[in-house]
Design a protein. Structure first.
Ligand code: KIV
Ligand code: ZN
Length: 397
């Protein structure tokens, strides 16, 4: 089975989005967590951006030895010099060079012709390759670049020394089918099977993970993504969603990664803790509701066999335990199970009374917490004492 390399850009693309900037110590803490997670490459920063980012990149490069460490640079001498400086202490460095290739970016942003851009790319990759063992080239806005020009650039980039070719969907415009087709076309026309093709997707249309998965079907073997999907504007492809999709649907994608699934949730939590920004409760894999069930029919199914409503085992991705939320949609079985977990085995009549009282409360309070439930069962038992067999219950909540 082929392996897909995971390139984590939480510390670069993720960090450059509003509210997510991190200082050197914070980047280092997260870098260690990403190393434990099993990412193949950590993009530590964009050293030309600020002296602090250069410092942080150097610190990550000095401490992280389990993953390759990348630093970003435009195809501009000053950027490349800064990135190489940031990578100096790295055991396994990668210079990540980029330049926009779409006519839109060339005309309005770079004010350069295709020929000028082409020459800059080739020149800076040659220089980079002479100073760094591994060079990745990204054709920014690749998904909106004329395919003939894109293939010319990719061929020249490989011949100049780039061994990883990243073709980003920089503005999140592509559809999965189009994005996969772009990679197939580039591979068919450029050849060079030794060069690794890479995807980097933004989530402007909510398609970043879908596009990344499609890219794998199109032959890509490196995916650039971020923890919690943070990144410019609507963010990048979410690492945890991508990894779990590849795991759960391995029968379809037929690839593996080096990611340690149990570390997904801890990595997500650490990022939220460091930045102070949580994830939406309904976010796949790491959201608070990702394994929470309230509807009675679902709770009943889960209690009988979790596979009825769960395609991911929460513990497998490091989530402590599934949560059956007790509220007005819940059924009696869920109440009976939660009371038993709390140490109260109930008779049918106790359960019926508890359920009636809980439903009256749920209408007003949305959720019945464990301590509410304990109050209710104690009240029920005071009204009509239960036989000696029932548990006394202990509660830590
Ligand atoms: O979105 C993008 O195109 C990028 C490149 C610099 C890789 O972040
Ligand atoms: Zn990006």
């Amino acid at each position: 089975m082929d392996t897909v390399q995971i390139f984590d850009t939480t510390l670069r693309d993720g960090e450059q989005s509003p509210g997510f900037s991190m200082n050197r110590e914070e980047k280092l803490r997260l870098a260690h967590q990403i190393e434990e997670l099993g990412a193949d490459i950590i993009e530590a920063g964009f050293p030309i951006a600020s002296p602090g980012d250069l410092e942080a990149t150097r610190a990550v490069a000095a401490e992280i030895k389990g993953c390759r460490v990348a630093a970003l640079a435009r195809a501009v001498q000053a950027d490349v010099d800064a990135a190489l400086k940031g990578l100096e202490p790295a055991a396994k460095p990668r210079l990540h060079l980029f330049l926009a290739t779409s006519d839109l970016h060339l005309k309005y942003k770079l004010r350069a012709t295709r020929e000028e851009a082409f020459d800059r790319i080739v020149k800076m990759i040659r220089f980079g390759k002479a100073h760094c063992e591994e060079v990745e080239f990204s054709a920014e806005d690749a998904s909106r670049t004329d395919i003939d020009f894109l293939c010319e650039v990719v061929l020249a980039a490989i011949e100049a020394g780039a061994t990883i070719i990243n073709l980003p969907d920089t503005v999140g415009y592509s559809t999965p089918a189009e994005y996969a087709e772009m990679f197939r076309a580039v591979r068919a026309r450029v050849g060079h099977p030794e060069a690794v093709l890479s995807a980097h997707c933004h989530d402007d249309l909510g398609l970043a993970v879908a596009n990344s998965l499609a890219a794998i079907e199109g032959g890509v073997r490196q995916i650039e993504c971020t923890i919690n999907g943070i990144g410019e504007r609507a963010g990048n492809a979410s690492l945890e969603e991508l990894i779990v999709a590849l795991h759960v649907r391995q029968n379809h994608y037929q690839v593996e990664t080096h990611i340690n699934l149990e570390k997904l949730y801890p990595a997500s939590r650490l990022l939220s803790q460091i930045t102070g920004i949580g994830v939406p409760p309904n976010k796949a894999v790491v959201g608070a509701n990702a394994f929470a069930h309230e509807a009675g029919i679902h709770q009943d199914g889960i209690l009988k066999n979790p596979l009825t409503y769960e395609i991911i085992v929460p513990e497998k991705v490091g989530v402590p335990a599934r949560k059956l939320v007790l509220g007005k949609h819940s059924g009696r079985n869920a109440f009976r199970a939660r009371l038993a977990e709390l140490g109260y085995d109930t008779t049918d009549s106790e359960l019926a009374e508890c359920y009636r009282m809980a439903m009256a409360q749920a209408d007003a309070e949305k959720e019945i917490r464990d301590r509410d439930l304990v109050d209710i069962i104690l009240r029920v038992r005071r009204q009509s004492p239960a036989p000696a067999a029932a548990g006394s219950g202990t509660i830590a909540h």
